[in-house]
Design a protein around this ligand. Structure first.
Ligand code: NAD
Length: 445
Protein backbone atom coordinates (compact mmCIF):
# COMPACT_ATOMS: atom_id res chain seq x y z
CA UNK A 1 0.00 0.00 0.00
CA UNK A 2 1.46 3.38 -1.02
CA UNK A 3 1.39 6.13 1.64
CA UNK A 4 0.17 9.55 0.69
CA UNK A 5 1.42 12.75 2.24
CA UNK A 6 0.21 16.21 3.22
CA UNK A 7 0.21 17.41 -0.40
CA UNK A 8 -2.09 14.55 -1.45
CA UNK A 9 -4.45 15.33 1.44
CA UNK A 10 -4.48 18.98 0.36
CA UNK A 11 -5.30 17.99 -3.22
CA UNK A 12 -8.12 15.75 -1.95
CA UNK A 13 -9.58 18.63 0.06
CA UNK A 14 -9.46 20.90 -3.02
CA UNK A 15 -11.23 18.20 -5.07
CA UNK A 16 -13.88 17.83 -2.37
CA UNK A 17 -14.48 21.59 -2.21
CA UNK A 18 -14.96 21.71 -5.97
CA UNK A 19 -17.34 18.75 -6.07
CA UNK A 20 -19.47 19.49 -3.00
CA UNK A 21 -21.84 22.23 -4.25
CA UNK A 22 -22.96 20.15 -7.24
CA UNK A 23 -23.43 17.09 -5.03
CA UNK A 24 -25.50 19.09 -2.52
CA UNK A 25 -27.65 20.27 -5.44
CA UNK A 26 -28.52 16.69 -6.47
CA UNK A 27 -32.07 15.93 -5.32
CA UNK A 28 -32.36 13.94 -2.12
CA UNK A 29 -34.19 11.19 -4.02
CA UNK A 30 -31.30 10.89 -6.46
CA UNK A 31 -28.73 10.90 -3.66
CA UNK A 32 -30.74 8.12 -1.99
CA UNK A 33 -30.73 6.16 -5.28
CA UNK A 34 -26.95 6.55 -5.43
CA UNK A 35 -26.61 5.23 -1.88
CA UNK A 36 -28.68 2.18 -2.76
CA UNK A 37 -26.39 1.52 -5.73
CA UNK A 38 -23.43 1.78 -3.37
CA UNK A 39 -25.11 -0.66 -0.93
CA UNK A 40 -25.56 -3.09 -3.84
CA UNK A 41 -21.93 -2.62 -4.89
CA UNK A 42 -20.75 -3.45 -1.36
CA UNK A 43 -22.96 -6.56 -1.41
CA UNK A 44 -21.60 -7.57 -4.80
CA UNK A 45 -18.07 -7.35 -3.38
CA UNK A 46 -18.99 -8.87 -0.02
CA UNK A 47 -16.84 -11.98 -0.10
CA UNK A 48 -13.81 -10.15 -1.51
CA UNK A 49 -14.09 -7.40 1.10
CA UNK A 50 -14.63 -9.90 3.93
CA UNK A 51 -11.60 -11.92 2.87
CA UNK A 52 -9.40 -8.84 2.79
CA UNK A 53 -10.82 -7.67 6.10
CA UNK A 54 -9.85 -10.97 7.73
CA UNK A 55 -6.39 -10.94 6.16
CA UNK A 56 -5.61 -7.38 7.17
CA UNK A 57 -7.50 -6.92 10.44
CA UNK A 58 -7.33 -10.48 11.80
CA UNK A 59 -10.99 -11.17 12.68
CA UNK A 60 -12.54 -14.55 11.82
CA UNK A 61 -14.29 -14.85 8.45
CA UNK A 62 -17.79 -15.01 9.95
CA UNK A 63 -17.23 -11.73 11.83
CA UNK A 64 -15.77 -10.13 8.71
CA UNK A 65 -18.74 -11.18 6.60
CA UNK A 66 -21.12 -9.78 9.24
CA UNK A 67 -19.25 -6.47 9.25
CA UNK A 68 -19.38 -6.05 5.47
CA UNK A 69 -23.10 -6.91 5.51
CA UNK A 70 -23.66 -4.16 8.08
CA UNK A 71 -21.74 -1.72 5.89
CA UNK A 72 -24.09 -2.43 3.00
CA UNK A 73 -27.06 -2.01 5.36
CA UNK A 74 -25.63 1.33 6.46
CA UNK A 75 -25.87 2.78 2.95
CA UNK A 76 -29.46 1.55 2.57
CA UNK A 77 -30.37 2.97 5.98
CA UNK A 78 -29.01 6.42 5.12
CA UNK A 79 -30.90 6.28 1.80
CA UNK A 80 -34.12 5.63 3.75
CA UNK A 81 -33.62 8.14 6.53
CA UNK A 82 -32.41 11.12 4.54
CA UNK A 83 -35.89 11.42 3.04
CA UNK A 84 -37.30 12.04 6.52
CA UNK A 85 -34.71 14.54 7.70
CA UNK A 86 -37.43 17.03 8.53
CA UNK A 87 -36.82 20.47 9.97
CA UNK A 88 -39.43 22.27 12.05
CA UNK A 89 -41.76 25.22 11.85
CA UNK A 90 -41.45 27.13 15.08
CA UNK A 91 -44.31 29.19 16.59
CA UNK A 92 -43.27 32.76 17.39
CA UNK A 93 -44.24 35.52 19.79
CA UNK A 94 -44.22 38.05 16.92
CA UNK A 95 -47.33 37.47 14.78
CA UNK A 96 -45.61 38.82 11.65
CA UNK A 97 -42.98 36.04 11.72
CA UNK A 98 -42.80 32.56 10.27
CA UNK A 99 -39.75 30.54 11.33
CA UNK A 100 -38.46 27.29 9.86
CA UNK A 101 -35.41 25.12 10.23
CA UNK A 102 -33.69 23.07 7.52
CA UNK A 103 -30.88 20.53 7.61
CA UNK A 104 -28.09 21.51 5.22
CA UNK A 105 -24.82 19.68 4.51
CA UNK A 106 -21.88 20.99 6.48
CA UNK A 107 -19.71 21.07 3.34
CA UNK A 108 -16.45 19.13 3.25
CA UNK A 109 -16.36 16.52 5.99
CA UNK A 110 -13.01 15.06 7.09
CA UNK A 111 -13.29 11.46 8.31
CA UNK A 112 -10.60 9.60 10.30
CA UNK A 113 -11.19 6.00 11.31
CA UNK A 114 -9.58 3.17 13.34
CA UNK A 115 -8.58 -0.39 12.44
CA UNK A 116 -10.95 -2.48 14.57
CA UNK A 117 -13.98 -2.24 12.25
CA UNK A 118 -12.25 -0.85 9.15
CA UNK A 119 -15.26 -1.33 6.85
CA UNK A 120 -18.29 -0.56 8.99
CA UNK A 121 -16.97 2.37 11.03
CA UNK A 122 -16.06 4.39 7.91
CA UNK A 123 -19.54 3.67 6.53
CA UNK A 124 -21.02 5.14 9.73
CA UNK A 125 -19.71 8.46 8.38
CA UNK A 126 -19.64 7.92 4.61
CA UNK A 127 -23.29 6.85 4.26
CA UNK A 128 -24.97 9.69 6.21
CA UNK A 129 -22.32 12.14 5.04
CA UNK A 130 -23.02 11.46 1.37
CA UNK A 131 -26.77 11.22 1.92
CA UNK A 132 -26.76 14.66 3.52
CA UNK A 133 -24.89 16.23 0.56
CA UNK A 134 -21.41 16.55 2.03
CA UNK A 135 -18.21 15.80 0.12
CA UNK A 136 -15.82 13.65 2.14
CA UNK A 137 -12.11 13.24 2.62
CA UNK A 138 -11.46 9.97 4.43
CA UNK A 139 -8.24 8.56 5.83
CA UNK A 140 -8.22 5.01 7.25
CA UNK A 141 -5.98 3.60 9.96
CA UNK A 142 -2.66 2.62 8.34
CA UNK A 143 -2.90 -1.05 9.40
CA UNK A 144 -6.21 -1.51 7.57
CA UNK A 145 -5.76 0.79 4.58
CA UNK A 146 -5.96 -2.01 2.01
CA UNK A 147 -9.52 -3.03 2.87
CA UNK A 148 -10.39 0.67 2.98
CA UNK A 149 -9.10 1.01 -0.58
CA UNK A 150 -11.15 -2.03 -1.62
CA UNK A 151 -14.28 -0.48 -0.08
CA UNK A 152 -13.69 2.73 -2.04
CA UNK A 153 -13.11 0.72 -5.23
CA UNK A 154 -16.47 -0.98 -4.68
CA UNK A 155 -18.16 2.39 -4.06
CA UNK A 156 -16.62 3.77 -7.26
CA UNK A 157 -18.43 1.16 -9.33
CA UNK A 158 -21.70 2.92 -8.38
CA UNK A 159 -20.54 6.02 -10.35
CA UNK A 160 -20.39 8.56 -7.56
CA UNK A 161 -19.35 11.89 -9.16
CA UNK A 162 -15.58 12.51 -9.01
CA UNK A 163 -14.38 14.45 -5.97
CA UNK A 164 -17.39 13.65 -3.77
CA UNK A 165 -15.54 10.90 -1.89
CA UNK A 166 -11.78 11.17 -1.55
CA UNK A 167 -9.58 8.51 0.03
CA UNK A 168 -6.12 9.34 1.33
CA UNK A 169 -3.87 6.76 2.97
CA UNK A 170 -1.00 7.74 5.24
CA UNK A 171 0.10 8.38 8.77
CA UNK A 172 -2.34 10.02 11.15
CA UNK A 173 -0.02 12.77 12.42
CA UNK A 174 0.60 13.82 8.80
CA UNK A 175 -2.38 13.02 6.55
CA UNK A 176 -4.93 12.96 9.40
CA UNK A 177 -3.53 16.18 10.82
CA UNK A 178 -3.80 17.88 7.41
CA UNK A 179 -7.45 16.85 7.08
CA UNK A 180 -8.16 18.12 10.58
CA UNK A 181 -6.29 21.43 10.43
CA UNK A 182 -6.79 22.46 6.80
CA UNK A 183 -9.30 25.33 6.56
CA UNK A 184 -10.79 23.50 3.56
CA UNK A 185 -12.56 20.98 5.81
CA UNK A 186 -15.68 22.25 7.57
CA UNK A 187 -16.25 19.40 9.99
CA UNK A 188 -14.48 16.33 11.36
CA UNK A 189 -15.77 12.86 12.15
CA UNK A 190 -13.28 10.87 14.20
CA UNK A 191 -13.41 7.38 15.68
CA UNK A 192 -10.33 6.29 17.58
CA UNK A 193 -8.51 6.61 20.87
CA UNK A 194 -9.13 9.30 23.47
CA UNK A 195 -5.50 10.43 23.19
CA UNK A 196 -5.78 11.12 19.44
CA UNK A 197 -9.25 12.59 19.97
CA UNK A 198 -7.78 15.21 22.29
CA UNK A 199 -5.19 16.23 19.68
CA UNK A 200 -7.84 16.41 16.96
CA UNK A 201 -10.24 18.40 19.16
CA UNK A 202 -7.57 21.08 19.56
CA UNK A 203 -6.45 21.07 15.92
CA UNK A 204 -10.04 21.22 14.66
CA UNK A 205 -11.16 23.85 17.16
CA UNK A 206 -14.05 25.80 15.66
CA UNK A 207 -15.11 23.06 13.25
CA UNK A 208 -18.07 20.78 13.91
CA UNK A 209 -16.76 17.60 15.50
CA UNK A 210 -18.25 14.16 15.96
CA UNK A 211 -15.98 12.07 18.19
CA UNK A 212 -16.36 8.39 19.00
CA UNK A 213 -13.59 7.42 21.40
CA UNK A 214 -12.64 4.60 23.73
CA UNK A 215 -14.64 2.75 26.35
CA UNK A 216 -14.15 0.65 29.46
CA UNK A 217 -17.30 -1.39 30.03
CA UNK A 218 -18.40 -2.10 32.72
CA UNK A 219 -20.61 -5.16 32.90
CA UNK A 220 -22.44 -5.65 36.20
CA UNK A 221 -23.77 -9.08 37.22
CA UNK A 222 -26.21 -9.06 40.16
CA UNK A 223 -27.35 -12.07 42.22
CA UNK A 224 -30.78 -12.33 40.54
CA UNK A 225 -29.28 -12.40 37.02
CA UNK A 226 -30.01 -15.20 34.58
CA UNK A 227 -26.47 -16.59 34.73
CA UNK A 228 -26.74 -18.53 31.47
CA UNK A 229 -27.63 -15.35 29.63
CA UNK A 230 -25.12 -13.23 31.56
CA UNK A 231 -22.27 -15.65 30.88
CA UNK A 232 -22.92 -16.01 27.17
CA UNK A 233 -23.42 -12.28 26.66
CA UNK A 234 -20.38 -11.29 28.71
CA UNK A 235 -18.15 -13.84 26.98
CA UNK A 236 -19.26 -12.41 23.64
CA UNK A 237 -18.59 -8.91 24.97
CA UNK A 238 -15.08 -9.87 26.05
CA UNK A 239 -13.95 -12.03 23.13
CA UNK A 240 -15.67 -10.94 19.89
CA UNK A 241 -13.05 -9.39 17.59
CA UNK A 242 -10.50 -10.54 20.21
CA UNK A 243 -11.85 -7.82 22.51
CA UNK A 244 -10.88 -5.04 20.11
CA UNK A 245 -14.24 -3.28 20.28
CA UNK A 246 -14.93 0.13 21.83
CA UNK A 247 -18.02 -1.34 23.51
CA UNK A 248 -16.22 -4.49 24.74
CA UNK A 249 -16.97 -5.86 28.21
CA UNK A 250 -13.70 -4.42 29.45
CA UNK A 251 -14.35 -5.13 33.16
CA UNK A 252 -16.93 -7.31 34.83
CA UNK A 253 -18.23 -6.37 38.27
CA UNK A 254 -19.75 -9.47 39.82
CA UNK A 255 -21.77 -9.56 43.03
CA UNK A 256 -20.08 -11.73 45.69
CA UNK A 257 -23.14 -14.01 45.95
CA UNK A 258 -22.68 -15.26 42.37
CA UNK A 259 -18.99 -14.50 41.85
CA UNK A 260 -17.60 -18.04 42.01
CA UNK A 261 -20.39 -19.54 39.92
CA UNK A 262 -20.09 -16.82 37.26
CA UNK A 263 -16.27 -17.08 37.22
CA UNK A 264 -16.44 -20.83 36.60
CA UNK A 265 -18.99 -20.42 33.83
CA UNK A 266 -17.12 -17.69 31.94
CA UNK A 267 -13.89 -19.66 32.29
CA UNK A 268 -15.63 -22.57 30.55
CA UNK A 269 -16.90 -20.20 27.84
CA UNK A 270 -13.32 -18.98 27.30
CA UNK A 271 -12.13 -22.59 27.07
CA UNK A 272 -14.53 -23.16 24.15
CA UNK A 273 -12.89 -20.44 22.05
CA UNK A 274 -10.82 -21.69 19.14
CA UNK A 275 -7.83 -19.37 18.78
CA UNK A 276 -6.07 -19.60 15.46
CA UNK A 277 -5.74 -18.58 11.85
CA UNK A 278 -8.83 -16.44 11.16
CA UNK A 279 -9.04 -17.75 7.59
CA UNK A 280 -9.95 -21.21 8.88
CA UNK A 281 -13.71 -21.66 9.35
CA UNK A 282 -13.40 -23.39 12.75
CA UNK A 283 -11.48 -20.45 14.25
CA UNK A 284 -13.56 -18.27 16.58
CA UNK A 285 -10.81 -15.85 17.62
CA UNK A 286 -7.93 -14.55 15.52
CA UNK A 287 -4.82 -12.51 16.32
CA UNK A 288 -4.68 -8.95 17.60
CA UNK A 289 -4.29 -6.35 14.90
CA UNK A 290 -0.89 -4.86 15.61
CA UNK A 291 2.14 -5.05 17.95
CA UNK A 292 1.11 -1.99 19.98
CA UNK A 293 -2.21 -3.50 21.01
CA UNK A 294 -0.55 -6.88 21.73
CA UNK A 295 1.98 -5.14 24.00
CA UNK A 296 -0.80 -3.25 25.81
CA UNK A 297 -2.81 -6.42 26.47
CA UNK A 298 0.27 -8.19 27.88
CA UNK A 299 1.11 -5.16 30.03
CA UNK A 300 -2.41 -4.94 31.46
CA UNK A 301 -2.62 -8.65 32.30
CA UNK A 302 0.84 -8.66 33.91
CA UNK A 303 -0.08 -5.59 35.92
CA UNK A 304 -3.27 -7.23 37.24
CA UNK A 305 -1.46 -10.44 38.18
CA UNK A 306 1.32 -8.45 39.87
CA UNK A 307 -1.35 -6.75 41.98
CA UNK A 308 -2.87 -10.07 43.06
CA UNK A 309 -5.28 -11.17 40.29
CA UNK A 310 -5.28 -14.84 39.27
CA UNK A 311 -5.56 -16.07 35.67
CA UNK A 312 -8.30 -18.73 35.69
CA UNK A 313 -7.51 -19.38 32.05
CA UNK A 314 -5.07 -17.81 29.60
CA UNK A 315 -3.04 -14.94 30.95
CA UNK A 316 -0.34 -15.15 28.28
CA UNK A 317 0.34 -15.43 24.58
CA UNK A 318 0.21 -18.99 23.23
CA UNK A 319 3.50 -20.87 22.91
CA UNK A 320 3.22 -20.96 19.12
CA UNK A 321 3.11 -17.26 18.27
CA UNK A 322 5.60 -16.31 15.54
CA UNK A 323 3.83 -13.04 14.67
CA UNK A 324 3.63 -12.02 18.33
CA UNK A 325 0.01 -11.01 17.71
CA UNK A 326 -1.86 -13.94 19.27
CA UNK A 327 -3.12 -13.77 22.85
CA UNK A 328 -5.04 -16.45 24.69
CA UNK A 329 -8.62 -15.79 25.78
CA UNK A 330 -8.11 -14.82 29.40
CA UNK A 331 -10.25 -14.72 32.53
CA UNK A 332 -8.76 -12.90 35.50
CA UNK A 333 -10.22 -13.52 38.96
CA UNK A 334 -10.03 -11.30 42.06
CA UNK A 335 -8.91 -8.29 40.04
CA UNK A 336 -8.00 -5.38 42.35
CA UNK A 337 -9.62 -2.03 41.60
CA UNK A 338 -6.32 -0.25 41.08
CA UNK A 339 -5.37 -2.59 38.19
CA UNK A 340 -4.91 -1.13 34.70
CA UNK A 341 -7.60 -3.51 33.38
CA UNK A 342 -10.12 -1.75 35.63
CA UNK A 343 -8.87 1.79 35.05
CA UNK A 344 -7.95 1.80 31.35
CA UNK A 345 -9.15 0.36 28.05
CA UNK A 346 -7.29 -2.94 27.42
CA UNK A 347 -8.68 -3.70 23.93
CA UNK A 348 -7.90 -7.40 24.11
CA UNK A 349 -9.46 -10.82 24.86
CA UNK A 350 -9.56 -10.40 28.61
CA UNK A 351 -12.43 -10.82 31.09
CA UNK A 352 -11.32 -9.11 34.32
CA UNK A 353 -13.66 -10.14 37.14
CA UNK A 354 -13.94 -7.69 40.03
CA UNK A 355 -15.75 -8.83 43.17
CA UNK A 356 -18.29 -6.36 44.57
CA UNK A 357 -20.15 -6.88 47.87
CA UNK A 358 -23.39 -5.05 46.99
CA UNK A 359 -25.15 -2.80 44.46
CA UNK A 360 -23.67 0.35 45.98
CA UNK A 361 -20.13 -0.90 45.52
CA UNK A 362 -20.95 -1.98 41.94
CA UNK A 363 -22.17 1.54 41.16
CA UNK A 364 -19.18 3.12 42.88
CA UNK A 365 -16.66 1.01 40.89
CA UNK A 366 -18.62 1.56 37.68
CA UNK A 367 -18.61 5.33 38.16
CA UNK A 368 -14.94 5.67 39.13
CA UNK A 369 -13.64 5.65 35.56
CA UNK A 370 -12.48 8.10 32.92
CA UNK A 371 -14.54 6.38 30.20
CA UNK A 372 -18.32 6.45 29.70
CA UNK A 373 -19.31 4.65 26.50
CA UNK A 374 -21.34 1.46 27.08
CA UNK A 375 -22.26 -0.66 30.10
CA UNK A 376 -24.33 -3.78 30.69
CA UNK A 377 -26.36 -4.74 33.70
CA UNK A 378 -27.72 -8.22 34.36
CA UNK A 379 -30.71 -8.41 36.70
CA UNK A 380 -34.28 -9.72 36.53
CA UNK A 381 -35.60 -6.84 38.62
CA UNK A 382 -36.98 -3.87 36.70
CA UNK A 383 -36.51 -1.36 39.55
CA UNK A 384 -32.88 -2.38 39.93
CA UNK A 385 -32.34 -2.13 36.18
CA UNK A 386 -33.71 1.42 36.07
CA UNK A 387 -31.63 2.40 39.10
CA UNK A 388 -28.49 1.29 37.27
CA UNK A 389 -29.57 2.95 34.00
CA UNK A 390 -29.71 6.23 35.92
CA UNK A 391 -26.61 5.69 38.05
CA UNK A 392 -24.02 4.37 35.59
CA UNK A 393 -22.48 7.19 33.56
CA UNK A 394 -22.27 5.66 30.08
CA UNK A 395 -23.92 6.81 26.84
CA UNK A 396 -25.63 3.42 26.49
CA UNK A 397 -26.74 0.98 29.19
CA UNK A 398 -27.73 -2.46 27.88
CA UNK A 399 -29.95 -4.39 30.27
CA UNK A 400 -29.56 -8.18 30.04
CA UNK A 401 -27.43 -8.22 26.91
CA UNK A 402 -23.82 -7.90 25.84
CA UNK A 403 -22.19 -4.49 26.04
CA UNK A 404 -21.66 -4.89 22.27
CA UNK A 405 -25.39 -4.86 21.47
CA UNK A 406 -26.14 -2.03 19.05
CA UNK A 407 -28.05 -1.52 15.84
CA UNK A 408 -27.19 0.91 13.08
CA UNK A 409 -30.04 3.34 13.81
CA UNK A 410 -29.65 3.51 17.63
CA UNK A 411 -27.84 6.56 19.06
CA UNK A 412 -24.34 5.55 20.12
CA UNK A 413 -21.68 7.63 21.84
CA UNK A 414 -19.98 8.69 25.04
CA UNK A 415 -21.58 10.49 27.96
CA UNK A 416 -20.54 14.06 28.77
CA UNK A 417 -17.64 14.68 31.09
CA UNK A 418 -15.79 11.46 30.19
CA UNK A 419 -13.19 10.45 27.61
CA UNK A 420 -15.50 8.49 25.30
CA UNK A 421 -16.37 11.16 22.78
CA UNK A 422 -18.77 13.90 21.79
CA UNK A 423 -22.03 13.53 19.86
CA UNK A 424 -23.97 10.52 18.66
CA UNK A 425 -23.68 8.30 15.61
CA UNK A 426 -26.44 5.99 14.40
CA UNK A 427 -29.26 6.44 11.91
CA UNK A 428 -30.90 9.84 12.09
CA UNK A 429 -28.45 11.00 14.76
CA UNK A 430 -25.53 10.73 12.33
CA UNK A 431 -27.45 12.59 9.64
CA UNK A 432 -28.22 15.42 12.06
CA UNK A 433 -24.62 15.54 13.27
CA UNK A 434 -23.34 15.76 9.70
CA UNK A 435 -25.64 18.68 8.87
CA UNK A 436 -25.93 22.30 9.88
CA UNK A 437 -29.29 23.25 11.26
CA UNK A 438 -30.23 26.35 9.31
CA UNK A 439 -32.91 28.71 10.57
CA UNK A 440 -34.90 30.90 8.17
CA UNK A 441 -37.18 33.62 9.50
CA UNK A 442 -39.81 35.34 7.31
CA UNK A 443 -41.62 38.57 8.01
CA UNK A 444 -45.06 38.79 6.45
CA UNK A 445 -47.81 41.36 6.16
P1 NAD B 1 -5.94 5.83 17.11
O1 NAD B 1 -6.46 7.00 17.85
O2 NAD B 1 -4.55 5.40 17.35
O3 NAD B 1 -6.08 6.05 15.54
C1 NAD B 1 -7.32 6.34 14.93
C2 NAD B 1 -7.07 7.09 13.64
O4 NAD B 1 -6.49 8.36 13.95
C3 NAD B 1 -6.12 6.41 12.68
O5 NAD B 1 -6.64 6.52 11.37
C4 NAD B 1 -4.84 7.21 12.82
O6 NAD B 1 -4.06 7.17 11.65
C5 NAD B 1 -5.40 8.59 13.07
N1 NAD B 1 -4.49 9.54 13.74
C6 NAD B 1 -3.48 9.25 14.59
N2 NAD B 1 -2.87 10.38 15.00
C7 NAD B 1 -3.53 11.42 14.41
C8 NAD B 1 -3.37 12.83 14.45
N3 NAD B 1 -2.43 13.43 15.18
N4 NAD B 1 -4.22 13.59 13.72
C9 NAD B 1 -5.18 13.02 12.98
N5 NAD B 1 -5.37 11.68 12.90
C10 NAD B 1 -4.55 10.89 13.61
O7 NAD B 1 -6.98 4.64 17.42
P2 NAD B 1 -6.89 3.13 16.94
O8 NAD B 1 -5.83 2.46 17.75
O9 NAD B 1 -6.82 3.06 15.45
O10 NAD B 1 -8.33 2.61 17.36
C11 NAD B 1 -8.62 2.09 18.61
C12 NAD B 1 -9.40 3.10 19.44
O11 NAD B 1 -10.60 3.46 18.78
C13 NAD B 1 -9.85 2.50 20.76
O12 NAD B 1 -9.64 3.44 21.80
C14 NAD B 1 -11.33 2.27 20.54
O13 NAD B 1 -12.10 2.24 21.73
C15 NAD B 1 -11.69 3.42 19.67
N6 NAD B 1 -12.96 3.14 18.97
C16 NAD B 1 -14.09 3.82 19.32
C17 NAD B 1 -15.31 3.54 18.70
C18 NAD B 1 -16.56 4.27 19.06
O14 NAD B 1 -17.52 4.18 18.29
N7 NAD B 1 -16.63 4.97 20.18
C19 NAD B 1 -15.35 2.54 17.73
C20 NAD B 1 -14.20 1.86 17.41
C21 NAD B 1 -12.99 2.17 18.03
Amino acid sequence: MAWSDRATAQAAIVAAREAQPAWAAVSIWDRARMLRRIADAVQANRSKLAELLTLEQGKPMAEADFEVGKASDGFNLAADLVKYLEGRTIPTEDTTKRVMTFYRPRGVYGVITPWNFPVNIPVEYLAPGLAAGNALVWTPAPTTALVGAALVAAIETADLPPGVLNFVTGHGPEVGDEIVSNPGTDAIGFTGSAATGRIIARQAAGKAQLMELGGNGPVIVLPDADLDKATAATAAGCFVNAGQVCSSSERVLVHADVYDEFAERITEAARDIVLGDPRIAATTMGPLNNPAVAAKVAEHVTDAVDRGAVAAIGGAAPADNPSGLYYQPTVLREVPRDSLVNREETFGPVAPLIRVKDEEEAIEVARANRYGLVSSIFTRDLDTAFRFVDAVPTGIVNVNDTSNYWELHIPFGGISGKDSGVGRIGGRYSLEAMCDLKTATFTIG
